[in-house]
Ligand binder design. Structure first.
Ligand code: FAD
Length: 381
């Protein structure tokens, strides 16, 4: 076992850390308050290779491994969790499935655009009646020979309003249940692609989240991803990979919350001394450190397994479940350490708490992660 990062991984971590500190963090509160999408920052991140960090160099990507990806998402999320989720989605929920399941033509067409950040990607599984029960899909893609006609509604889509290309799970044969679903690559410019309600969110407010309506949307047959009937299988594989990204985002939010509490606690005097002198406060920091370290080990183990081509679904679920739980706990303690100031908008502590919550919800709720873990131990019931 080797717990050392490679030179390349350390370079990615340090570059992302510096960018997060110097470029992202100073304006994160303003972007949150005004719901400003980070267009300019994403352009820079594209040039740095962070929009396609795992896409091979032959398709314009940085060709790095999943641990480098995880370190990058953690550091970027430390500066701004909204930017973290956009990068996680475009890298893992759009670039990864095209790389893994796409034809050579699809890779040539889409990966260079995603890798450079010229296009942002997204992933559409959730529907009004199909949330945790992702198999209850209704969006229907009718096979018309050389094209599909898609009708249906997808809910809560990250980059839905601002993204360019999406991996969309559709029903193609309603008689076959989850084996009757297929994955399509749908561009926002295809006729019948309609951006519906833009959501107002509790946290990660600088990222966009929208309902998408497909109204007789015409999708060329060459945009089928994988084979007919593989839609659910592809979606589950994409989510396994995506959970490493969300676990990394949760770590970044947790570190940001801990650092903010440390900075505040060291200079806040009560009873004639910094509040960090009180054991009740010191122990909170000790727990935060330990939880973050444990979460990072779980996350990097899942990333390492993925890079070895070994099964990692259970480990990714464990990492996502644990890191999202501790990031909410740490952000909550961060507000507590700030006292009344933590409840006010003058400090970042309240933003970290609002940002943290979504990690327990998207890409499978904590209940669904427990479901995956229990099934792996006890068998499905
Ligand atoms: C900000 C944001 C961005 C998102 N981005 C995307 C995106 O880009 N693409 C996309 O496809 N989706 C996206 N989602 C959707 C997200 O994945 C779903 O919200 C999530 O999977 C939960 O589904 P639901 O909201 O329908 O909740 P429900 O499934 O209705 O769950 C409600 C509650 O019931 C619990 N529950 C449900 N079933 C069970 C069960 N069998 N056992 C125990 N408890 C259960 C859940 O854990 C939860 O606590 C996003 C969501 C948010 C909030």
């Amino acid at each position: 076992m080797n717990f050392q990062y490679t030179e390349e991984q350390l370079m990615v971590r340090d570059t992302a850390r510096a960018f997060a500190k110097e470029v992202l963090a100073p304006k994160a509160t303003e972007r949150d308050e005004k719901e400003l999408f980070p267009w300019e920052e994403l352009k820079q991140l594209g040039k740095m290779g962070f929009c396609g960090i795992q896409i091979p160099e032959e398709y314009g990507g940085a060709g790095m491994d999943t641990i480098a990806y995880s370190l990058m998402i953690e550091e970027i999320s430390r500066g701004d969790a909204s930017v973290g989720v956009i990068l996680s989605v475009t890298n893992t929920l759009a670039g990864y499935p095209i790389l893994k399941f796409g034809t050579e033509e699809q890779k040539q067409k889409y990966l260079p655009k995603l890798a450079s950040g010229e296009w942002l990607g997204g992933f559409m599984l959730t529907e009004p009646q199909a949330g945790s029960d992702a198999g209850a899909q209704k969006t229907f893609a009718e096979d018309k020979g050389d094209h599909f006609v898609v009708n249906g509604t997808k809910n809560f889509i990250t980059t839905g309003a601002n993204g360019d290309v999406f991996i969309v799970t559709c029903v193609t044969d309603p008689s076959k249940g989850s084996k009757g679903t297929s994955s399509l690559i749908i561009e926002k410019n295809f006729p019948g692609f309609i951006v519906g309600k833009k959501e107002k969110k509790m946290g990660i407010r600088a990222s966009d989240c929208a309902q998408i309506v497909f109204d007789n949307c015409i999708v060329p047959k060459e945009n089928l991803l994988g084979k007919m009937g593989e839609g659910f299988k592809i979606a589950l594989s994409v989510l396994d990979s995506g959970r490493i990204g969300i676990a990394s985002q949760a770590l970044g939010i947790g570190v940001a919350a801990m650092e903010a509490a440390k900075e505040y606690g060291l200079q806040r005097y009560q009873f004639g001394q910094p509040i960090t002198n009180f054991q009740a406060i010191r122990f909170k920091f000790a727990d935060m450190m330990m939880k973050l370290d444990a979460g990072r080990l779980l996350t990097h183990r899942a990333a390492w397994l993925k890079d070895q081509g070994l099964p990692y679904s259970v480990e990714a679920a464990m990492a996502k479940l644990y890191t999202s739980q501790i990031c909410v706990e740490i952000a909550n303690e961060g507000v507590q350490i700030h006292g009344g100031a933590g409840y006010m908008k003058d400090y970042s502590a309240e933003r970290h708490l609002r940002d943290s919550k979504v990690c327990e919800i998207y890409e499978g709720t904590s209940e669904i992660q427990r479901f995956i873990l229990a099934n792996s131990l006890l068998g499905r019931n």
